[in-house]
Design a binder for this molecule. Structure first.
Ligand SMILES: [Zn+2]
Length: 401
């Protein structure tokens, strides 16, 4: 073996790569749910979804179709938009009382994350926070106890269906905690773009921008992961081409298909890392209970401006890939601002009722958020607080570079 210990450029070319989820993709694939349950050895599934979705006809239709296939299916829908540990505990109870043997996770990021945490917790003796994604806490998990899970996304945004983590709110500490275990990966994903057509334009825009930010932050994150980089670039291309159409024509299945694919690609890509946009969005979501994708979309230009010295070349490359008229950092930033305007996303956090009052706390929480490690430049709590204040006030020029 050659000795590479003194070769620092070779030492950088290292990483842990993983994209193994089986995905059944396409319009109409939802009809394969009963067969998928059987193939995964599930005969008594618990369907986990959120309080809004459960009112839609197609959820009861899914349960009827399962019953016809002799799959006795339970229902749990007590999941908040930012799911909490009490939601997870309630779901675990329903699972155990109903003697279920697997989970169908149906919904956007909230329902999918809650379902993944429930699937994890039905077989553990330790409390949920023992599995926070810190160090090697995940080794504490009894992997044999994790329930099999089929994930069915109804939004094109978080890509939680292909992720190995769940973001759960610790209500007592007002913090979003990332729970991680490789076994939290869905056994199967059924990605049916028709299920995303019920999403209103504003949520289509916010979730779609979340997928864009996943791809962008992954592309800019430090670390060596050429597979994630390639996937991130193609996801941004798809989103730039199809997100405005998915918002303006809710039933456009071609646009919905490309957005659903892109959202999974964004989530696959961000195993490389995220950055300061997410580091700020996580505490803001926990403190103000605002939509995650909307927060990201508002924060993005301010963070790009701040990161400019470290990411200019990378953004110029995206400008080239997206075939913008002018190839420069500034033209890319202008394009982002225009895209947000087209999607009716506000320019500042003030517009969604966030003030600078808690900026010190926001800065402190952002600096220790796990996503902060991926940002190409490390920011102090003070810098995060200043960035947050600029985003509240809509002061893009005031962001230091
Ligand atoms: Zn996100």
């Amino acid at each position: 073996m050659p000795d590479t210990s003194n070769n620092s450029s070779l030492q950088q070319l290292q990483g842990n790569w993983s994209f193994p989820t089986a995905v059944s993709f396409g319009v109409g694939r939802i009809r394969q749910l009963p067969a998928a349950c059987r193939e995964e050895g599930i005969s008594k599934p618990l369907l986990v979804t959120d309080a809004g979705l459960v009112k839609l006809d197609f959820v009861s239709e899914l349960i009827v179709a399962n019953e016809q296939a002799e799959l006795n299916t339970g229902l749990f829908s007590d999941v908040k938009p930012n799911p909490s540990s009490s939601n997870v505990e309630a779901g675990v109870q329903v699972y155990q009382q109903g003697r279920h043997d697997g989970i169908i996770a149906l919904g956007g990021g909230s329902a999918l994350d809650a379902a993944k945490a429930i699937a994890l917790m039905v077989g553990q003796n330790r409390p949920l926070w023992d599995f926070e994604d810190v160090g090697d806490n995940w080794l504490r998990v009894n992997a044999d106890g994790i329930a099999p899970l089929i994930a069915i996304p109804t939004t094109a945004g978080t890509g939680s269906e292909v992720g190995r983590a769940a973001v759960i709110v610790d209500e007592s500490r007002q913090r979003k905690i990332i729970i991680f275990h490789p076994g939290m990966l869905a056994n199967r994903v059924i990605a049916d773009p028709a299920l995303t057509t019920a999403l209103p334009a504003a949520l289509t825009a916010a979730t779609g921008m979340d997928a864009f930010v996943h791809s962008l932050e992954a592309w800019c994150a430090s670390g060596y992961h050429p597979m994630a980089d390639g996937i991130a670039l193609q996801a941004m291309t798809l989103i730039s081409q199809w997100l405005p159409l998915a918002c303006s024509e809710a039933d456009n299945l071609e646009a919905r298909s490309h957005m659903l694919a892109a959202s999974m690609m964004g989530a696959v890509a961000f195993q490389k890392g995220l950055g300061a946009v997410h580091a700020l969005a996580h505490p803001l979501g926990a403190l103000y209970d605002k939509h995650h994708g909307l927060l990201n979309a508002i924060l993005l230009p301010y963070v790009l401006q701040h990161n400019k010295p470290a990411i200019e070349d990378k953004l110029i490359h995206i400008a080239r890939v997206l075939e913008l008229e002018e190839i420069s950092f500034e033209s890319f930033l202008r394009w982002i601002l225009q895209l947000r305007e087209t999607l009716h996303i506000p320019n500042d956090l003030q517009a969604i009722g966030i003030s600078t009052e808690q900026s010190k706390l926001v800065g402190e929480m952002a600096a220790v958020d796990p996503s902060a490690a991926g940002n190409p430049v490390l920011l102090s709590a003070k810098q995060y607080a200043a960035l947050f204040e600029a985003a509240v006030q809509g002061n893009l020029q005031g962001v230091s570079m």
